[in-house]
Every structure is written in C-alpha cells, then in structure tokens.
Design a protein. Structure first.
Length: 123
C-alpha cells in the first residue's frame, strides 16, 4: 500500500511538470487532431527532458527534470528571440495583438451563427 501511495506523488509531480513546463496546457485549438498532435509533442518533450536529466545527473545527483525543463525553456526562448530580432516587449505586444484579432474574429463568427439560428427558427 505504501508503494502505491509514493507512486501517486511521482505521477502527480510528472503531470504538474508536463502541464507547467512542457506546454501541455498551452493548446488553444478546436480540433481533435490538433489536440492529439499537441499531446504527442508534449510527451516527446518530456521524454527528451527525462533522457537528458539522466545523462546530466552523473555530475550532479540533485538535478531534477523540472530544472532541466526550465533550462530548456530559457534556451529555446533565447534562440527564438535571436531569430525574431525583436525585444521581449515587442514580442509580448505582438502576441497580445494576435489574441485580440483572434477573439474579435471569433466574436463576429459567433454572432453570425446566432443570427442564422434565429432566422431559421422564425416561421
């Protein structure tokens, strides 16, 4: 019974890591196929992190998967920042503008559908 109890904590920690650091909760799409691709990529990232954590642990036994995942996130952010050629503030502004456009389009789309359903219901 104790073995099962300790495994639960390990599984919960793994889910917390995948959701927080590997981007499992970042999916914003609407289609099942996209969700499956996103879940697959999150699992591939976690496999990559686990392999490299074991490799790097030889010199530092206190190293955790969370630390390796955070270091990978920082490294990826630096590479993307160099490729974009923009500052962090400019990038955040662009992300905000993208979400505002997307939300405005979704609002217009939903209103069109609502009006169509009213038109179809009238005799």
């Amino acid at each position: 019974m104790l073995g099962v109890a300790f495994r639960r904590a390990t599984v919960e920690q793994a889910f917390r890591l995948v959701k927080g650091e590997a981007g499992l909760t970042h999916y914003e799409g609407r289609q099942y196929a996209g969700l499956v691709r996103h879940l697959t990529l999150a699992l591939v990232v976690m496999a990559f992190v686990s392999i490299h954590t074991d490799r790097l642990r030889g010199g530092n036994p206190d190293l955790t998967r969370e630390q390796v995942c955070r270091a990978l996130n920082v490294r990826c952010a630096a590479v993307l920042r160099r490729r974009r050629g923009t500052t962090d503030v400019e990038q955040v502004g662009e992300v905000i503008r993208y979400h505002q456009r997307r939300n405005a389009e979704a609002t217009r789309s939903h209103k069109k559908g609502w009006h169509r359903s009213i038109i179809n219901l009238s005799p």
